[in-house]
Write a protein that binds this ligand. Sequence first.
Ligand SMILES: [Cu+2]
Length: 151
Amino acid sequence: MKVLSTSLLMLGVLVAGHAQAANNCTIVLKGDDAMKFDQKQITVSASCPTITIQLTHTGKLPASAMGHNVVIAATKDVDAIGRDGIKAGLPNNYVNKADTRVIAHTKVIGGGEKATATFPGKKLTAGGDYTFFCSFPGHSMLMKGKLVVTK
Ligand SMILES: [Cu+2]
Protein backbone atom coordinates (compact mmCIF):
# COMPACT_ATOMS: atom_id res chain seq x y z
CA MET A 1 0.00 0.00 0.00
CA LYS A 2 2.83 2.32 0.82
CA VAL A 3 4.44 1.59 -2.53
CA LEU A 4 1.17 2.33 -4.33
CA SER A 5 0.64 5.70 -2.61
CA THR A 6 4.25 6.64 -3.31
CA SER A 7 3.88 5.85 -6.99
CA LEU A 8 0.60 7.78 -7.14
CA LEU A 9 2.40 10.71 -5.58
CA MET A 10 5.17 10.40 -8.15
CA LEU A 11 2.57 10.29 -10.93
CA GLY A 12 0.99 13.46 -9.55
CA VAL A 13 4.35 15.20 -9.60
CA LEU A 14 4.95 14.06 -13.16
CA VAL A 15 1.53 15.25 -14.34
CA ALA A 16 1.96 18.62 -12.60
CA GLY A 17 5.43 18.97 -14.12
CA HIS A 18 4.09 18.19 -17.56
CA ALA A 19 1.27 20.75 -17.31
CA GLN A 20 3.85 23.36 -16.36
CA ALA A 21 5.99 22.53 -19.38
CA ALA A 22 2.97 22.92 -21.69
CA ASN A 23 2.85 26.67 -21.05
CA ASN A 24 4.61 28.23 -24.02
CA CYS A 25 6.77 31.20 -23.08
CA THR A 26 8.51 31.80 -26.39
CA ILE A 27 7.42 33.66 -29.54
CA VAL A 28 9.57 32.30 -32.36
CA LEU A 29 9.22 34.03 -35.73
CA LYS A 30 11.09 34.06 -39.02
CA GLY A 31 10.76 37.00 -41.41
CA ASP A 32 11.95 36.91 -45.03
CA ASP A 33 12.64 39.07 -48.11
CA ALA A 34 9.06 38.43 -49.32
CA MET A 35 7.71 40.50 -46.39
CA LYS A 36 6.25 37.51 -44.58
CA PHE A 37 6.36 35.94 -41.14
CA ASP A 38 6.39 32.13 -41.01
CA GLN A 39 3.58 32.00 -38.39
CA LYS A 40 0.00 33.30 -38.47
CA GLN A 41 -0.82 32.43 -34.87
CA ILE A 42 1.22 31.87 -31.72
CA THR A 43 -0.01 30.91 -28.25
CA VAL A 44 1.69 32.02 -25.04
CA SER A 45 0.72 31.95 -21.39
CA ALA A 46 0.09 34.99 -19.23
CA SER A 47 1.54 33.00 -16.32
CA CYS A 48 5.02 32.88 -17.90
CA PRO A 49 7.39 34.84 -15.63
CA THR A 50 9.19 35.90 -18.82
CA ILE A 51 8.09 35.64 -22.45
CA THR A 52 10.93 35.67 -24.98
CA ILE A 53 10.55 36.91 -28.57
CA GLN A 54 13.05 35.32 -30.98
CA LEU A 55 13.09 36.85 -34.45
CA THR A 56 15.26 35.58 -37.30
CA HIS A 57 15.49 37.36 -40.67
CA THR A 58 16.06 34.57 -43.17
CA GLY A 59 16.44 36.93 -46.15
CA LYS A 60 19.40 38.84 -47.59
CA LEU A 61 18.12 42.41 -47.92
CA PRO A 62 19.39 45.09 -45.53
CA ALA A 63 17.30 46.55 -42.69
CA SER A 64 16.87 49.83 -44.59
CA ALA A 65 15.09 48.07 -47.48
CA MET A 66 13.43 45.02 -45.88
CA GLY A 67 13.85 45.46 -42.14
CA HIS A 68 11.70 43.46 -39.76
CA ASN A 69 10.86 43.68 -36.08
CA VAL A 70 8.22 42.11 -33.85
CA VAL A 71 5.84 44.36 -31.95
CA ILE A 72 3.30 42.96 -29.46
CA ALA A 73 0.15 45.01 -28.80
CA ALA A 74 -3.58 44.87 -28.27
CA THR A 75 -5.12 44.41 -31.73
CA LYS A 76 -7.07 47.69 -31.48
CA ASP A 77 -3.78 49.63 -31.07
CA VAL A 78 -1.88 48.13 -34.02
CA ASP A 79 -2.73 50.77 -36.65
CA ALA A 80 -1.98 53.75 -34.37
CA ILE A 81 1.30 52.22 -33.17
CA GLY A 82 2.29 51.65 -36.80
CA ARG A 83 1.56 55.27 -37.77
CA ASP A 84 3.55 56.65 -34.83
CA GLY A 85 6.32 54.13 -35.52
CA ILE A 86 6.80 55.45 -39.05
CA LYS A 87 7.37 58.96 -37.61
CA ALA A 88 9.90 57.51 -35.13
CA GLY A 89 11.91 56.09 -38.03
CA LEU A 90 14.48 53.34 -38.44
CA PRO A 91 16.89 54.72 -35.77
CA ASN A 92 14.08 54.07 -33.25
CA ASN A 93 13.18 50.68 -34.78
CA TYR A 94 9.92 52.18 -36.09
CA VAL A 95 8.56 52.32 -32.54
CA ASN A 96 7.81 55.49 -30.59
CA LYS A 97 9.80 54.94 -27.39
CA ALA A 98 7.17 56.71 -25.26
CA ASP A 99 4.29 54.63 -26.65
CA THR A 100 2.76 52.82 -23.68
CA ARG A 101 0.46 50.87 -26.02
CA VAL A 102 3.51 48.86 -27.12
CA ILE A 103 3.66 45.80 -24.85
CA ALA A 104 7.01 44.62 -26.20
CA HIS A 105 9.15 44.89 -29.33
CA THR A 106 12.44 43.78 -30.82
CA LYS A 107 14.80 46.00 -32.76
CA VAL A 108 14.59 46.13 -36.57
CA ILE A 109 16.97 43.67 -38.26
CA GLY A 110 18.08 42.93 -41.81
CA GLY A 111 18.80 39.69 -43.68
CA GLY A 112 20.84 37.10 -41.78
CA GLU A 113 20.35 38.83 -38.42
CA LYS A 114 18.59 37.76 -35.22
CA ALA A 115 16.91 39.78 -32.48
CA THR A 116 15.46 38.86 -29.13
CA ALA A 117 13.39 40.72 -26.55
CA THR A 118 11.69 39.71 -23.32
CA PHE A 119 8.70 40.88 -21.34
CA PRO A 120 6.76 39.57 -18.33
CA GLY A 121 3.72 37.39 -19.08
CA LYS A 122 1.69 39.45 -16.63
CA LYS A 123 1.62 42.27 -19.21
CA LEU A 124 -0.89 40.07 -21.09
CA THR A 125 -4.40 39.04 -20.05
CA ALA A 126 -5.66 35.54 -20.80
CA GLY A 127 -8.31 35.64 -23.51
CA GLY A 128 -7.35 39.16 -24.62
CA ASP A 129 -7.17 40.23 -28.27
CA TYR A 130 -3.48 40.64 -29.14
CA THR A 131 -1.51 40.90 -32.37
CA PHE A 132 2.15 40.47 -33.24
CA PHE A 133 3.29 42.53 -36.21
CA CYS A 134 6.21 44.20 -37.98
CA SER A 135 6.12 48.02 -37.74
CA PHE A 136 8.43 48.66 -40.73
CA PRO A 137 6.43 51.02 -43.01
CA GLY A 138 3.84 49.06 -45.00
CA HIS A 139 4.76 45.64 -43.61
CA SER A 140 1.94 45.10 -41.12
CA MET A 141 -0.51 44.54 -43.98
CA LEU A 142 1.14 41.13 -44.48
CA MET A 143 3.38 40.74 -41.47
CA LYS A 144 0.98 40.20 -38.63
CA GLY A 145 -0.62 37.36 -36.73
CA LYS A 146 -2.75 36.53 -33.75
CA LEU A 147 -1.18 36.19 -30.31
CA VAL A 148 -3.42 33.85 -28.34
CA VAL A 149 -2.98 34.22 -24.57
CA THR A 150 -3.85 31.41 -22.19
CA LYS A 151 -3.83 31.54 -18.36
CU1 LIG B 1 8.92 43.77 -41.77
